[in-house]
Structures are given as structure tokens and as C-alpha cells.
Design a protein around this ligand. Structure first.
Ligand SMILES: *Cc1c(COP(=O)(O)O)cnc(C)c1O
Ligand code: SF4
Length: 345
């Protein structure tokens, strides 16, 4: 993740020409960046200050106002709050929880991109996100090494062009949709000019966190490219999917863009059958297909979110009894060095 200041810079550089800034940029700018303020807004006592400050020093708080508005005031266990509020447990060292739990460093193929799986290149397009998820597996990723701007992407583009096995490119990060549409459209156009690239996948939490990000301009470049676009959003709890998010997702689906969802199994957020069943059903109401339920990656600072695989498997078994087959996400874990995500259930 980039710090607050670098995100402000991104916003300031790209708003120009006297036009009013787009709503999603305003939402980024006005996001809450302080644990004490976040608690005050929700009528909660401040977090244990010393621990919160030390946890936030390593990975700052970042939560947009519209996401906070979906939290229940006065509830310290709110499932959305738990995803963004630093806890003192983040400071407990746990040897199995490391800075690079999924082997990103070993999968690096060139500046700003990595490959773990056949045919799929993953570009770290930015370090910025629209929310800082405390359990993020890339919370310690060295984003400063990633390219910024088309010129710096040239070497990666040349490498992708030289490898005909790469049929799919994934924009990841960070969150690619924190970048301006013209920059994304330009990068997509460069990839579309490579004959063997067929699909462009976008891994993003923005349509969930700041639904205003689904602008006509975003839909235009997603639809306009020769590549098959696939959007993979990230929601963990049905309470994240309010009416405004549903409208944003509908405009993507109406435009013919396939939208899938991935979630992370998180203790105290969604580690129960009722929540995950409601999430799947709400996603289907939004015409979004449940894709993955990830076992937590063992990233330093996130041990308090871990749920046993045994419990995860029991939840999946019950979901299978209750829901249509297509509504049950694939329960997977990432194992560095394995040629695909490992199916747990
Ligand atoms: C998860 C992941 C993918 C995509 O995997 P799918 O199983 O195709 O969704 C691609 N590259 C990397 C590095 C990943 O971590
Ligand atoms: S949006 Fe994704 S990349 Fe960004 S902090 Fe959350 S989990 Fe990590």
C-alpha cells in the first residue's frame, strides 16, 4: 500500500482543466485515515491508542466515508469495521505469518509483473487502494519498485509480447481502478496490440468500496478493448453490497462485462454459514457470480483473522446443501510453488 500522501498526489496530478473532480476521486480524498476518528464517527470508544497507532504506522487506516456509512454505529464487532480498524493483535509476532506469504518475490518475471500460473501474467499496476484491508496479503509488498506510467511499463510489455503462452493479463495491485481511466485505457490498448493476449482481467475492490468508480468512461474502455474483459470484485460480507453498489454492479453487467466475486474467509467477519449464504445470494441478486473463497494467506499482522480449514470445509459443505451449485464459491488456498490455486472444498 502507498501512504496517504502518495494517494493524494495521484489525485491532485490527474484532476485538471477546471472540471469538478469525479465523485470517486472526492471519495478517495475524503477517506478517513485515522483510527480514533473512525471510532468517533461510529460512536465507539477510541481503540487502545498505543497499539492502534503502532499498527497503523506500518499500514495506515484508509476507509472511504460511504463504506463507513454501511457500518452499524455503536457496534465494535461490525464486520465492515473489523476489516479496516487496526487491532492490537496485529503487533503479535507469529512465526508462520510472514511478509510475503504467497511467494510474490519468487514469481517476479520483470519490472512490475509476476507469473505464477500458466498463461496468466499479473501486473502490479499501482500500490494504492480505496480501502486498507487489515488482512491484505500484500500489506508488506514493495510497491515502490513498480512502474508508473506507460514509459516505465515498456519492458514488461515487451516481455509479455515475447511470450506467446500469455493469453491473459491481470491488472492487480493495490487496486488498478485507483488509476485514472485514460491511463488504464492506454495500458489496455498496448496489451490489445499483442496478438496472443486475449483476455484482460481486473482484480478490484473499488466497485464495492467506492461504487462511484464505475463511471461511463470506465465502462467505455472495458467494452472498447479487443480483449475479453473480466472483472473480479472483492466483497466479504453482504452488508457491503448496498443499493448503490448494486447499481454500479448492474451497470457493469448490463454492459456485458462478466463480474465475479472473491472473498477471504475472515474470523469474526464472515466465518459462518448464514453470512456466507447471504453473501452468495446477495451477489446473485446483483448478477455477480461467486468465484473464490480464499483461505487467509498467512501474512504478518493478520493471524487474528485466521479460520481453521476444518471450519471452512464445514461451512462449504453446508452451503452446498443450501444453495444452487453455482452459488457456492470454490474454497481455495494459495500454495507458493503450486501450479494453480489449491482447491480445499
Ligand atoms: C490468483 C492468481 C491468479 C489467478 O488465478 P485463477 O485461479 O486463474 O483465478 C493469477 N496470478 C496470480 C499471481 C495469482 O495469485
Ligand atoms: S483492496 Fe485488495 S490489495 Fe487493497 S488492501 Fe484490500 S485486499 Fe489488499
Amino acid at each position: 500500500m502507498l501512504t496517504d500522501m502518495s494517494m493524494v498526489t495521484v489525485v491532485d496530478q490527474t484532476v485538471g482543466g477546471g472540471r469538478p473532480p469525479e465523485a470517486w476521486r472526492v471519495a478517495m480524498k475524503t477517506a478517513v485515515r485515522d483510527a480514533v476518528q473512525l471510532c468517533r464517527m461510529l460512536a465507539l470508544p477510541p481503540p487502545h491508542e498505543d497499539a492502534a497507532i503502532r499498527a497503523a504506522a506500518a499500514f495506515p487506516v484508509f476507509a472511504p466515508l460511504s463504506y463507513i456509512a454501511r457500518m452499524k454505529p455503536g457496534d465494535p464487532h461490525d464486520p465492515l469495521l473489523r476489516q479496516v480498524l487496526p487491532q492490537r493483535e496485529e503487533l503479535h509476532a507469529s512465526p508462520a505469518f510472514t511478509r510475503d506469504p504467497v511467494g510474490d518475490a519468487a514469481a517476479r518475471r520483470g519490472p512490475g509483473w509476476l507469473q505464477k500460473y500458466h498463461g496468466r501474467a499479473l501486473m502490479i499496476t499501482t500500490g494504492a487502494c480505496a480501502v486498507h484491508c487489515r488482512y491484505c496479503f500484500r500489506r508488506h509488498y514493495p510497491y515502490q519498485d513498480s512502474p508508473r506510467g506507460l514509459e516505465q511499463w515498456r519492458p514488461a510489455l515487451a516481455q509479455i509480447a515475447a511470450d506467446p503462452s500469455l493469453e491473459e493479463v491481470i491488472f492487480s495491485g493495490g487496486d488498478p481502478l485507483t488509476l485514472p481511466d485514460p491511463a488504464l485505457a492506454q495500458l489496455a490498448a498496448q496489451l490489445a496490440a499483442i496478438p496472443h493476449v486475449r483476455r484482460l482481467r481486473i482484480h478490484t475492490r473499488l466497485p464495492i468500496v467506492i461504487p462511484e468508480r464505475v463511471t461511463p468512461a470506465a465502462i467505455a474502455w472495458l467494452r472498447g478493448t479487443r480483449l475479453t474483459p473480466i472483472l473480479v470484485v472483492h466483497a466479504n460480507h453482504p452488508q457491503e453490497l448496498d443499493a448503490q453498489v448494486a447499481t454500479a454492479l448492474a451497470s457493469l453487467v448490463d454492459a456485458g462485462i462478466p463480474v465475479l466475486n472473491q472473498s477471504v474467509l475472515l474470523r469474526g467477519v464472515n466465518d459462518d454459514v448464514e453470512t456466507l449464504a447471504a453473501l452468495s445470494l446477495r451477489l446473485l441478486d446483483c448478477r455477480v457470480m461467486p468465484y473464490y473463497l480464499h483461505q487467509l494467506d498467512r501474512v504478518a499482522g493478520a493471524a487474528h483473522f485466521e479460520t481453521d480449514v476444518t471450519r471452512g470445509l464445514a461451512i462449504i459443505a453446508e452451503l452446498r446443501r443450501r444453495l444452487p451449485g453455482y452459488a457456492v464459491p470454490r474454497y481455495v488456498r494459495e500454495e507458493p510453488g503450486t501450479a494453480h490455486k489449491v482447491l480445499l472444498g
